[in-house]
Design a protein around this ligand. Structure first.
Ligand code: HAM
Length: 445
């Protein structure tokens, strides 16, 4: 027999965001926006659907063949639900080349879908902060992107014991594979795929993967030796005119001279799964062993604009996902308790006061930018009214019965501190405003 009701579960791998969850994400997105804007990045957005071809060319086999949701629309167009933002950023840049003031510094906060097996840190719908700098090649922009990445995490109170930016370079990687491991182009492809998954796979699986692709034990051992080598040693083993080697060396040179050194390290296993990267690439890892997934990843892409226009515009940026990030914040205790508060005031009601008085009060509060709700339950016992406010996570309640009103007074109650203060009726909104500011000051000191 068919079920009588439809399921209330969201689609597998997606989430419903109730007010409690929205509060946390709005909090972290607002900090991300501030940091991005402090570096001069401006917010953009594109559509959730793009022609499938926009991703097919360069997003990489795994995303395109296994993870992209795609369909034919009613006008017979082959469309994709965006699995990532970078091709859209490239399309938007290409569309206005000549008009745009270069370089372009853009960020967006948007949702994406990938058909993945839902697991810790991986869902089918997720959000990313994407931040990209286009139209400038060279060290300064590579450094800037790494610097924004570090600032973002520091803005949440994270320090060097909590995360690491791991950096490599695609061209350098290819040079090492060719010159040191003597890998053929075909072998390089299979090795890159296995290396990309290396930290997430058990050792036997990683070796099995390589052997299945025809990589000899000799080369597997050679790879291990490469992974153990510091950057300087590897640089000495490839031709001195290696562009990738120079890019990486220059970037680290600058990192070492500024404050970023404690947060960054060279890691030869960072290859990144997307096909469009050409130069420096990086991933940011949570150092909490419970959260092994990359918090975010990115890199330089030289030829993506070329998909849309005959123009050479290089870009560099990253995508910072909300799922692993929330695990990061929770794992390191970086979500301040007040983020969970619902900053709304409950106006409690009494039978001996005209309802219009409460409406006036709520209007005054709103004028001060303070949200409020007038209690509307049948049971008006004070205990019940407070219980309602507390269960909704509200931070203040106003008590204004007939006696208070006659005396020109009101009582404001701070629900988290369980303290109350008397105020003049016409200063109620200001008093709440001031008390909230006091609370904020106390949490900051
Ligand atoms: P990506 O490495 O595919 O890069 O994704 C970047 C981040 O998005 C990941 O590190 C992770 O935080 C998050 N993410 C990806 N897939 C999922 C998923 N299924 N569930 C939860 N989180 C996920 C890109 O997307 C590039 N377009 C980034 C970029 C921007 N490169 C240059 N500019």
């Amino acid at each position: 027999m068919a079920e009588k009701y439809l399921s209330t579960n969201p689609y597998i791998g997606t989430r419903d965001f109730y007010p409690e969850e929205m509060r946390v994400r709005n909090w972290f997105f607002s900090i991300m926006r501030k940091v991005a804007e402090s570096y001069g990045y401006e917010e953009i957005l594109g559509p959730i659907l793009e022609p499938f071809d926009v991703f097919a060319a360069k997003s990489g086999e795994e995303i395109v063949k296994e993870q992209t949701y795609h369909f034919t629309d009613r006008g017979e167009r082959h469309m994709a639900v965006r699995p990532e933002m970078t091709p859209t950023v490239a399309r938007m840049t290409a569309a206005k080349l000549g008009e745009l003031r270069m370089p372009v510094r853009w960020y967006s906060i948007a949702n994406f879908m990938r058909y993945e097996r839902p697991q810790k840190g991986r869902l089918r719908e997720f959000w990313q902060l994407n931040l990209d700098l286009l139209g400038e090649k060279g060290l300064a922009s590579d450094y800037e992107i790494v610097s924004v990445a570090v600032s973002l995490l520091k803005a949440f109170g994270a320090d060097e014991s909590m995360f690491k930016v791991k950096i490599n370079n695609r061209r350098f990687y290819n040079d090492v594979m060719r010159e040191v491991l003597k890998a053929t182009p075909d072998e390089m492809k299979s090795i890159s795929k296995a290396v990309d998954k290396r930290s997430k796979l058990p050792r036997e699986k990683y070796e099995e993967w390589l052997k299945e692709s025809g990589i000899t034990q000799d080369k597997i051992d050679g790879l291990d030796r490469i992974f153990g080598m510091p950057l300087k040693e590897l640089l000495g083993k490839i031709p001195s005119d290696s562009a990738g080697g120079r890019e990486l060396n220059e970037l680290f040179g600058l990192i070492e001279k500024t404050g970023l050194a404690p947060y960054c390290e060279f890691d030869f296993s960072i290859v990144r799964g997307l096909d469009y990267y050409t130069g420096n690439v990086f991933e940011v890892n949570d150092l909490n062993p419970e959260n092994r997934r990359a918090l975010f990843g990115g890199g330089r892409y030289d030829n993506l604009i070329g998909l849309f226009k005959n123009a050479e515009v290089s870009g560099i940026g990253f995508g910072f996902g909300d799922v692993t990030f929330q695990n990061f914040l929770e794992g390191h205790g970086l979500i301040p308790p007040e983020v969970h508060n619902n900053e709304t005031v409950l106006i409690t009601v009494f039978d001996d006061v005209e309802y219009a008085e409460y409406i006036k009060l709520s209007d005054e509060l709103r004028e001060k930018g303070i949200g409020s709700v007038i209690y509307s339950g049948e049971n008006k016992k004070m205990g019940r009214q407070f219980q309602y406010a507390e269960s909704a996570g509200m931070d203040f309640a106003v008590i204004m019965g007939g006696d208070e009103l006659k005396a020109g007074k009101a009582i404001i109650k701070n629900l988290s501190l369980r303290e109350q203060r008397e105020t003049a009726r016409n200063e109620t909104a200001q008093a709440i405003f001031n008390w909230r500011k006091e609370k904020l000051r106390n949490t900051l000191t």
